[in-house]
Design a protein around this ligand. Structure first.
Ligand code: GAF
Length: 379
């Protein structure tokens, strides 16, 4: 939606012009899944889908937020008394962020917010992180907050962890805040150091939404995190970042098979992520392709976060690409999307094979988004 339309709508709802319009993107993770909360490596890119917020200050300590994409639903809350409200769904993201920001910046006052976005929801493309980061950015603009990209991402993550109740890592908020157009980001989630890697013009990011709605995602996600922590404790390391395959084998008999396989995924995924980012940088697409394929198998068999329609998509697109591109599930899992890095001239064939085979084999229709790597909100 362009800024002019958003301004007109804001005026219609609130009777004044917005003081700012901010945007924060969703993301696609190219490789490095569930490694972020294990202090490992991830390799995401911001995408050209995002959340927009038009905003103005209020002087009555109320936040009034209207969601264009939810039939103009409106939620109002007092900034001195912010509580999680089960019945408020999407508005809890704003409540959580404002609560977190107020703890550090008590001078923050009320606001009128008008929200819209085009990140597909429930698809593993971080619509909620982009909403959180956009909310941070809106308040930063309105109240002149000295909050930088990494701090903005941490505030969004804190809202998600402590208020919304998902024990997510830092990847989604950080890439939404700090992504660079045309680049993927190799992020070390232990030191929060980042390296921006240009994506070659010859490869296109293709996201295929399986349209399998992500079920049980929060409970299964939090369970994976607990299992990883259990494995780290058995091995005597503070996070799985500190574990090696040798240490894992030495401790295999002291852990359940499930915990062993969860750890195996994380340890091997960290090294695949480094391998893939180096391969992309030096144009070695065959190595990138293998790393992405192995990542998918590891998510399917060891971390157990894929579902059959997603496995099917990875199979048919993988056969088409061979070693000229890579494909794997992306995001938290249990449904959602597949990401392919594909030679530009293979994109029509991907669309065709998915349209022809996927509905017949699975009963679902897929959506395909041919993406570019976008700019982060604070980048
Ligand atoms: C979700 C989480 F929010 C991220 O922190 C990350 O763990 C991801 O799942 C899996 O890699 O998007």
């Amino acid at each position: 939606m362009n800024n002019q339309v958003l301004t007109t709508k804001f005026d219609a709802f609130y009777g004044i012009a917005p003081q700012c319009i901010v945007q924060a993107p969703g993301r696609v993770n190219l490789i490095g899944e569930h490694t972020d909360y294990n202090e490992g490596f991830v390799f995401p890119a911001a995408i050209n889908f995002g959340t927009w917020i038009a905003a103005s200050t209020r002087d009555d300590k109320q936040v009034v937020v209207t969601a264009l994409d939810y039939n103009n639903q409106q939620n109002t809350f007092a900034i001195d008394d912010i509580a999680f409200d089960e019945s408020q769904g999407w508005a809890n993201y704003v409540r959580g962020v404002v609560k977190v920001l107020r703890a550090d910046f008590p001078h923050i006052g009320g606001a009128n917010l008008l929200v819209t976005g085009d990140v597909p929801q429930g698809a593993g493309l971080s619509s909620s992180a982009s909403f959180e980061v956009a909310t941070v950015k809106a308040f930063a603009q309105l109240y002149d907050l000295p909050i930088e990209g990494v701090q903005a991402a941490l505030a969004g993550q804190k809202a998600e962890n402590t208020f919304v109740g998902c024990s997510c890592g830092i990847m989604d908020q950080l890439i939404s805040a700090m992504g660079q157009a045309g680049h993927a980001m190799l992020l070390d989630c232990q030191s929060l150091t980042m390296q921006h890697c240009p994506l070659p013009d010859s490869l296109q990011i293709v996201i295929i939404n399986s349209n399998v709605k992500r079920g049980l995602v929060d409970s299964e996600y939090n369970l994976r995190r607990q299992q990883c922590e259990e494995g780290a404790a058995v091995m005597g390391v503070s996070s799985l970042r500190g574990a090696s395959l040798g240490l894992l084998e030495d401790n295999r008999s002291a852990m359940s098979d499930v915990v062993y396989r969860r750890c195996l995924h994380i340890i091997t995924e960290n090294s695949r992520t480094i391998t893939a980012s180096k391969a992309l940088s030096c144009g070695d697409i065959a190595v990138l392709s293998r790393a992405m394929a192995e990542s998918h198998v590891s998510m399917r068999d060891d971390f157990e976060i894929t579902v059959k329609p997603i496995d099917y998509l990875v199979d048919i697109v993988g056969q088409l690409l061979g070693e000229h591109g890579g494909v794997r599930m992306t995001g938290g899992g249990f449904g959602g999307c597949v990401v392919a890095l594909a030679p530009v001239d293979k994109v029509p064939a991907i669309k065709q094979v998915v349209a022809e085979k996927y509905p017949k084999a699975t009963g679902y229709q897929a959506d395909i988004y041919v993406c570019t790597a976008g700019q982060g909100a604070f980048a």
